[in-house]
Write a protein that binds this ligand. Sequence first.
Ligand code: ZN
Length: 347
Amino acid sequence: MKKHIAILTTLVLLLGGMPAFAGNGSAAANEDGIDYLALVNKLHPLPEGWEEALETVMITNSVGDEVEVEAQAYAAYLSLKTDLEENDGIYLELDSARRSVAAQQDIMNRFIEKYGADYAAKTVATPGYSEHHTGLALDLYFKIKNGDGTFTDVYYNEDMTRPEYEELWAKVHAKLADYGFILRYLPDKEYITGYGYEPWHIRYIGDADLAREITAQPGKTLEVWLGAATDANAAVDYGTSELYTRDELEEAAVQVKCRFASFAGCELHTLRYAGDECNTEENIAWMNQLDEGKGYVQAAEFISDFHSPVQPGEETAWEPDTEYTDWQWWLARTADGGWQLLTWGYR
Ligand SMILES: [Zn+2]
């Protein structure tokens, strides 16, 4: 078990030395109100004091649901909506916007009660780590005007993503920046944002000029623009596995890549599945020691080579301009198939 101690030491060192989010915004709520550039994702929780500083409005949408939105974001949304109606004949509606941390915890508790902790952890966003907590993330849907002047709601994700609506979304997306919004979960950027493409999820960042600056760079995510992540996708070598399907390994690799993206300035060169021999009794027992009470049943290891920045930030533990080879990533798997990235580093 000696190797595990060594890895843990590395992990602690890295976590201690990991660059805290430091970008163009201060990522905190203060007495002047909220920071419209705050980053909230699976790695960055809602800043402290946010809910106290937040000012919201409540509206009722076309299907009768109450929706709560941050006040300034709502005003900007109304301008966007009016523009699209008058100039493009597109009728936007708000599906959901703000969810409090407490509400998210309620959802989590209900899922735990009904389906068990493993399934809940896999299905429900961790309370505190959803962008919807900010009140600045808006999920859109739209209404289609019928020949007789009535409207039909296009509400479900599987309907909104039908190819016939691609052009409609393109028109919506083209106008977001002018009102201070960005499209948040871009196509093919799951390895940074943690989410697949969502044409309906937009984020208010408070400033049209900044939104235009981000939007002008195709594929630029908020994480990368804020300096909290590096866009360094690498092809993954999944090798062969008798234990895991390709989809399962891809899910695991996304977790690794999202975490890697937060290694500011580092460039990922290779990422490979270590092979089924990583799934030993000893390793599974180690995972259950690292994260007690989860009942992990399987283990998976990925290995990567990456390069550290020429000038690492002051608070990072990287040797400057160095190729780190055979760096390990360990994931544990629950009985119902959820992956958890538990640790990374060297033996
Ligand atoms: Zn959303």
